[in-house]
Structure formats: C-alpha cells, structure tokens
Design a protein around this ligand. Structure first.
Ligand SMILES: Cc1cc2nc3c(=O)[nH]c(=O)nc-3n(C[C@H](O)[C@H](O)[C@H](O)COP(=O)(O)OP(=O)(O)OC[C@H]3O[C@@H](n4cnc5c(N)ncnc54)[C@H](O)[C@@H]3O)c2cc1C
Length: 254
C-alpha cells in the first residue's frame, strides 16, 4: 500500500519549499491543476501534489516604480483578465486571455501554470515581451525558454513584464477544439522603433524567439520555425507573422 499522501496544502512558501525538498521528484507543485491533470490516468496523480493556489505570493498585479508589472504566479487567469491595471497597462494580455480556455477553465488556471506547463499559449506572448520569471529560494529571475518549462523543480513566485512604452505587441493562435488539445501554432511579437522580438511555437516544439532589426530584413529567420516541424505548421506561422508585421510596417510608413 502507498502511504504517501497524494495532496498537501502547505501553510506558506517556506512550508511548500520544505515539503518539496523532502519529497524530491516524488512531489510536484500544482496550482489550478487544469494542465497537470491532462496527463493523469484514471488512478490520478503518481506524485504528491503540493497545492500552491492558496499561498500568499503577493498581489495579483502590481505596477513597480520602474514601470514594469509584477504578476503573482498563482493568480487565476480570469482574475487577471478582469483586473483594471492589466486592462490599462497590458491591454494586449487582457484581450488575448479571452482566447485561453473557457471562463470556467480560466477561473481555475493560473498564469504560472500556463508558463511552466510546456504547451501554454501565454508562454509565446511572454517570451515575445521578454518577461522574466522569479523563482523562490535563490531569487533567480530568468527568461522564458526550454530550460524553464523542462521540469519545474523550483517554486515560481512572480512574473515580471518590463516597461513596454512605445512597443507594439501582437499575438495570435491557431488550434482545433473538437476535444482540448494544445494550440497548433502561436505567434507573438513586440515591435519597437528599431528592433523587434518575435516568438513562435509550433505544436510539439519549444518556443523559438529571435531579435531582429526594425524595419525588418526579409525573409524571416529560419530559427523561428523548428526544422523538423510539419511544413503546413511552418507555413501557417510564417503567414500569421507576415500579416502582422506587414500591417505594422505599413502603419510606420503612413
Ligand atoms: C478544457 C481545457 C482548456 C484549456 N485551454 C487552454 C488554452 O486555450 N490555452 C492554454 O494555454 N492552455 C489551455 N489549457 C491548459 C491549462 O488550463 C492552462 O495552461 C493553465 O493556465 C494551467 O494553469 P494551472 O494553474 O491549472 O497549472 P497546473 O496544472 O496546476 O500546473 C501546470 C504545470 O506547472 C507547474 N506549476 C504550476 N504552478 C507552478 C509554480 N508556481 N511553481 C512551479 N511550478 C508550477 C506544475 O507542476 C505543472 O507541471 C486548457 C486546459 C483545459 C483542461
């Protein structure tokens, strides 16, 4: 018989970290569990879930003096979508959240879970704006990328979106919803006066990000399109990006 509990609710951040340290790979942080449960069989999770949904990780949203926005990792997506500060400072984020799951899913699902799951749509958007993730413990803040979504062993506390004055941000996704599956293609960009940062995820591949001068030199950097991805996915991502970038270039010339 397995005596190990399958679910624990730590009292605070320190408690969560110490439970994780004692369990090692047998324990996993979980927040809304909407993504984690997709991988469970009928018997439920094989690891002990350390539920961080109720921990105090700071206010959902906070505007720092530097102009950057600090978002709590366990903030539910629907609460972020409706937050007046988000609507004012990051309207592109509030708008895109309408296309991330249903209201019911967003009420449960967290921002941190989306960014660490490995297939969340928001990972592409947050990579394009070069958001940083702050983890507990040594306080490291790191960019989004394959190493982050690899296997989260550390507790994610907050997400920092830098000040983005004058930057134009776009994001779009393609997917099918007969049954839930991760999006097939997500593209995003953050375009300034002299440079642009573009991010793409093709289904089953990690997010690819490139920096490019603006106005851009065509064609788009091959590094954005995973070499072994299906050609139709690459072509769809290319077309989505071309549409957004051409529109922005036209506006700049007007
Ligand atoms: C019906 C349905 C529709 C969905 N639609 C979409 C969609 O349109 N777009 C989309 O992107 N996703 C979608 N999802 C997937 C999922 O709901 C979201 O990605 C959600 O944001 C995950 O958040 P969560 O809090 O539920 O994560 P969880 O399931 O709790 O965790 C996901 C992963 O992140 C880790 N984790 C979570 N929080 C932390 C933390 N603070 N520190 C360290 N590790 C952590 C967990 O260990 C786990 O590996 C959908 C899911 C369902 C069931």
């Amino acid at each position: 018989m397995n005596a190990q509990p399958t679910y624990v609710r730590p009292a605070d951040v320190e408690d969560a970290i110490s439970i994780k340290a004692s369990l090692g790979p047998a324990g996993i942080y979980g927040c809304g569990l909407t993504a984690a449960q997709l991988g469970w069989g009928v018997k439920g999770p094989e690891q002990t879930i350390i539920d961080i949904a109720g921990l105090d990780l700071g206010s959902d949203v906070c505007l720092a003096d530097s102009g950057s926005m600090v978002l709590a990792a366990n903030a539910p997506l629907e609460r972020l979508r409706l937050d007046p500060l988000i609507s004012r400072q990051l309207p592109w984020f509030a708008e895109f959240l309408r296309y991330v799951g249903s209201t019911a899913t967003r009420n449960q699902a967290s921002l941190g879970g989306n960014l660490l799951w490995g297939a969340g749509d928001l990972e592409v958007l947050f990579a394009a704006v070069d958001a940083k993730l702050r983890f507990a413990g040594n306080g490291r803040a790191q960019s989004l990328g394959p190493t982050v979504s690899d296997q989260p062993e550390d507790l994610l506390i907050s997400i920092i979106v830098p000040a983005l004055q004058g930057q134009r941000i776009f994001v779009e996704k393609l997917g099918h919803r007969q049954a839930f599956s991760p999006s097939r293609v997500v593209v995003a960009g953050c375009v300034g006066r002299q440079s642009a940062r573009l991010a793409v995820r093709l289904a089953g591949h990690p997010v690819a990000t490139v920096e490019t001068p603006w106005p851009m030199n065509w064609p788009l950097d091959d590094a954005l399109f995973a070499g072994n991805a299906a050609p139709y996915l690459k072509s769809a991502a290319h077309n989505l990006l071309r549409g957004h970038l051409a529109q922005l270039a036209q506006r700049d010339m007007a």
